[in-house]
Design a protein. Structure first.
Length: 150
């Protein structure tokens, strides 16, 4: 079976204590940047297409973004399905902003992913499923969208 859970625990932010401001000393060392802290030769981890599309679809289906925001990221009838679903805003929640809790995917064939996501808003848990296909231009596009709401 090719089912994979792709969401890992989010790392905790590492905070430094405030730096000392001494007026008797010159400017000192320049402030550290993210690029200076990474090891040379270490690649920055790119987000997976499953995570990106889950967040984008959630933004549209919860009413935070307009449907046409996904126009270049969809193929086939998926845009029509997304427009139909977005009219009802099935993942909109009153008072709290919906968040993608967990993502998993299944690989039915090379260049295709069937993805499911658990979305929580307050104490409610909802489901969203979509299919991604890799195009000839090596870009992932959503080809089907469904939600767990009637």
């Amino acid at each position: 079976m090719n089912k994979v859970m792709s969401r890992t625990a989010q790392p905790r932010p590492r905070h430094r204590p405030p730096t000392r401001r001494d007026s008797r000393r010159p400017g000192g060392a320049p402030p550290r940047t993210e690029a200076a802290r990474t090891q040379p030769g270490t690649a920055v981890r790119q987000p997976r297409p499953t995570d990106l599309f889950a967040e984008r679809l959630l933004a549209v289906l919860s009413g935070q973004r307009p449907v046409h925001w996904m126009l270049r990221h969809t193929a086939g009838r998926a845009y029509d399905e997304l427009a139909r679903l977005a009219e009802r805003s099935p993942l909109r929640a009153l008072g709290t902003r919906p968040v993608v809790q967990d993502i998993g995917y299944y690989v039915p064939s090379q260049g295709a992913l069937e993805v499911f996501a658990r979305v929580s808003a307050g104490d409610r848990l909802r489901a969203m499923a979509f299919r991604l296909e890799l195009g000839k231009d090596l870009r992932w596009r959503c080809t089907a969208v469904e939600t767990g709401t009637p």
